[in-house]
Design a protein around this ligand. Structure first.
Ligand SMILES: *Cc1c(COP(=O)(O)O)cnc(C)c1O
Length: 362
């Protein structure tokens, strides 16, 4: 069977050169005589892998020296607890913008440890836009201000960051990390689960400004304290070794492609083609207001809300090797997730299919 174009929201496609390299090195990594999966995380060979992964990530994202980079476990969802546990050390209040399912989950987790103030929400219109922010609603002494920068399920993204002054901005970049250039110095914490743009599930990246480390709540479990991972170079306990190794290969691939700025251009091109196609379609339409459209997740529905036609579309697309367009139970219709590893050809194949399907089903 041939490889398909996988439009899944996550886990998602990995670059083919990365999979090939992993295959080559599967049985015998370098001169170690074993696979990375079998190797001690205290070995020299593994130390080189994890150090190189961090170095490449720092280079690709231009991470300033006063930020720690950590490879932790538990996915994005564990960060929903880790953030408040580590940052609720002053007023125990956090501001949060409710832009979808992941922001909601972050809010309810934080509310277990402190007070969460929802400064704005787009729930009134099924999270189809990023709400405007009114600074007078911000909590001046909040311990942090929280956003989900790219809303995977609803397909929205921030194009402008909230101005939070001295309150640290915490952002969930799980579905957009390294898809476009970000200025890390604008954030207190960036975190991202790997399985959308970085590698296999199992490793989570946390980029934390140094002054925010070491003031966790007393009840914080050791493994959920950023200080534990910062002080031990992500090797306090056995890390997700193989996932970090694949992430390293993805970083090498991205660097070879020209880095994040080049990838951003490619992503803008891919997303642009697909949104143009949907805007010109009479059968389908995108669900997000144009100014807030995600570069990574493109939700769309039939203009008439025809569920049977949507099911037929998803089924016939899959038969042509365009898979996982069916989405999360939360929203109706389709989502094409077009992360970094989705080639332009995959997006063009989808567009061709949309046009063909539209003609055949008039
Ligand atoms: C996928 C996702 C998560 C959850 O990640 P898990 O690793 O499954 O816990 C959180 N936030 C965003 C924005 C996501 O896309």
């Amino acid at each position: 069977m041939n490889r398909v174009y996988n439009f899944s929201a996550g886990p998602s496609m990995l670059p083919l050169p990365v999979l090939k390299k992993a295959q080559e090195e599967m049985l015998c990594y370098g001169n170690t005589g074993m696979s990375v999966m079998e190797m001690s995380h205290r070995s020299k060979a593994y130390d080189d892998i994890i150090k190189e992964a961090e170095k490449l990530l720092r280079e690709l994202m231009n991470i300033p020296d006063n930020y720690k980079v950590m490879f932790v476990q538990g996915g994005g969802s564990t960060q929903f607890a880790m953030v408040p546990l580590n940052l609720f050390n002053g007023s125990k209040k956090a501001d949060l913008v409710k832009t979808g399912q992941w922001a909601k989950k972050a809010a309810s987790e934080a509310a277990k440890y402190g007070e969460v103030n929802i400064v704005a929400s787009s729930e009134d219109k099924t999270f189809s836009y990023i709400p405007d922010l009114d600074k007078s609603k911000f909590t001046p002494d909040a311990d942090y201000f929280y956003i989900c920068q790219n809303n995977t399920i609803y397909g929205t993204r921030y194009t402008k960051l909230p101005e939070t002054g001295s309150v640290p901005l915490v952002a969930d970049l799980s579905s957009c990390i390294m898809s476009e250039v970000v200025d890390v110095s604008k954030y207190g914490i960036i975190f991202a689960g790997a399985q959308k743009n970085v590698g296999p599930a199992g490793v989570t990246i946390a980029i934390v400004r140094e002054d925010l480390i070491g003031k966790a709540m007393d009840i914080t479990p050791t493994m959920l304290n950023y200080k534990t991972h910062a002080d031990n170079d992500s090797l306090y306990s056995t890390p997700p070794c193989y996932a970090i190794y694949i992430a390293k290969l993805v970083f090498e691939w991205l660097k070879d492609m020209g880095g994040v700025a080049v990838m951003q251009k490619i992503n803008e091109e891919k997303a642009g083609l697909l949104y143009d196609c949907l805007d010109n379609s009479t059968m389908f339409k995108g669900t997000v207001v144009p100014k807030d459209r995600s570069l990574m997740n493109v939700p769309f529905v039939t203009a008439k809300g025809d569920k049977d036609l949507e099911a037929k579309f998803i089924k016939e697309a899959a038969a042509e090797g365009l898979v996982s367009l069916k989405v999360n139970r939360k929203v109706r219709g389709m989502t094409a997730s077009i992360y970094n590893a989705m080639p332009v050809e995959g997006v063009k194949a989808l567009i061709e299919f949309i046009n063909k399907f539209e003609k055949e089903n008039k």
